[in-house]
Design a protein around this ligand. Sequence first.
Ligand code: GRF
Length: 210
Amino acid sequence: MKNYVIIISGRGSNMEALLTANLPGRCAAVISNRPAAAGLVYAARQGVATVVVDHKAYPDRAAFDAALAAEVERHQPDLVLLAGFMRILSPAFVRRFAGRMLNIHPSLLPAFPGLRTHAQALENGVRLHGCTVHFVTPDLDTGPIVIQAAVPVLDDDTPESLAARVLAEEHRIYPQAARWFLEGCLHVDGLCVRLSRPGPIPAALSFPVG
Ligand code: GRF
C-alpha cells in the first residue's frame, strides 16, 4: 500500500478531509512546523503518528528545510501533501520531492498566488473565486494544476464568508486529487496534468451558483 505524509501549520481542516476520505494509501505521519497546530490533536486522536519540526528551533530556512526533509524521508512517502503549510519551501526541498508533492491553494491559480487570496478576490471584483490543487514546483503557488473548484463571489461577501465557501470546495477537491495520485492516474506533461482513468474525466467542479 502506498504511503503519504501530510504537512500542516494550523487548523488542519484539509488534513481532516484527507484523513477521512478513505484514500487508497496509509497516512504515515502528520508533520507540523508549529507545536500548537490544532490539526495535530485531531490526527493523534485518529491514531496517526504526529511529529513537530518547529521552524523556530532552526537558525535559517535551509536548516529547517533540511530537518523537515529528513523527517519526511524517514516515512518513505509516495506522496507528500501540503495542507495549510504556511512556510515557503526552498528549491532544494521542492526538488527532493518533485513530482510527488501536492499543495492546496485558496484561489483559482494563476490568479492570486500568495496570501490574502479572498481579500484580493474581493478587491479585484472577480465574479468567480475558488481553489486549486497543484504539484509543487520551486516558484510559489505555481506548478501543474490537478484540479480546481470555482464558487461565485456574492455582492455581500466578506473575506471570511468567501473563505468559508471556498474551504468547503477545498475539502472536496484535495482528497480527489490525492486519490488520483495514489491510484497512479496523474501524468504531468509540462505545465499540464493528464488524468488516465477509466470512464469519463469528471469536470470536477461544483458550481453552487444560486
Ligand atoms: C486553507 O485555505 C488552505 O488552502 C490554505 O490555508 C488554509 C488552511 O486551512 N493554504 P486548514 O489548516 O486546512 O484548515
